[in-house]
Design a protein around this ligand. Structure first.
Ligand SMILES: [Zn+2]
Length: 194
């Protein structure tokens, strides 16, 4: 690595340190302990958090939605906070999309095809769905507009055959996805690392 590379790496680490200092107040005590104090421990924290495993964590509100995401409002997530699922037109909150993409790839390596039928759902689409499919509270298949996990870009509806569903039930947790609606084996919600 040339001197420019070293300088840019230092700049990157410094910016990570600033980010970590900002995060510190909101991280768990274990993480905070490792990131406060000396430069060396900041550096260690910065290196750890840029590891490929991805150790970014999120502070959730009482409904389990990351606070930064919640600030946008359900069904009002800007394009910049969304990520594309593979080469489909589907989008999710960017960290969820990234995790889903990794999961789809790994499943394919295991000979399992995971299709996607629904993803982020803007507010107007939630209203439309509730009109067409009825509200859960009335025996239907739609959440009250403004409350759907799809409105946070944190849930996806998947096209799963029996083999794919079995694969998901065994492995999805490793990617942060949980099956959380009893009558909907297609609906998988993303639980970000905290
Ligand atoms: Zn769903």
């Amino acid at each position: 690595m040339g001197i420019e590379g070293v300088n840019s790496r230092i700049a990157e680490i410094q910016s990570r340190i600033i980010a970590l200092q900002t995060q510190q107040a909101t991280t768990t005590s274990a993480r905070a302990t490792s990131t406060q104090g000396s430069f060396a421990s900041h550096l260690q924290g910065a290196i750890a958090s840029t590891a490929p495993a991805g150790k970014t964590t999120y502070k959730l509100n009482s409904k389990g939605v990351p606070e930064d995401l919640a600030a946008y409002g359900n069904g009002k997530i800007p394009e910049t906070a969304l990520g594309r699922v593979g080469n489909t037109g589907h989008k999710l909150w960017a960290p969820a999309a990234e995790s889903l993409n990794g999961m789809i790839e790994d499943a394919r390596r295991d000979g399992v095809e995971i299709g996607i039928t629904d993803s982020y759902r803007p507010y107007a689409e939630q209203v439309d769905l509730a009109r067409r499919k009825g509200l859960y509270s009335q025996g239907g298949l739609a959440a009250k507009p403004g409350t759907s996990e799809h409105g946070w870009g944190m849930a996806t509806d998947l096209d799963l055959n029996a083999k794919a569903l079995a694969w998901m039930r065994k492995n999805a947790g490793n990617y942060g996805f949980v099956e959380n609606v009893a009558r909907e084996s297609w609906h998988w919600a993303y639980r970000p690392p905290t």
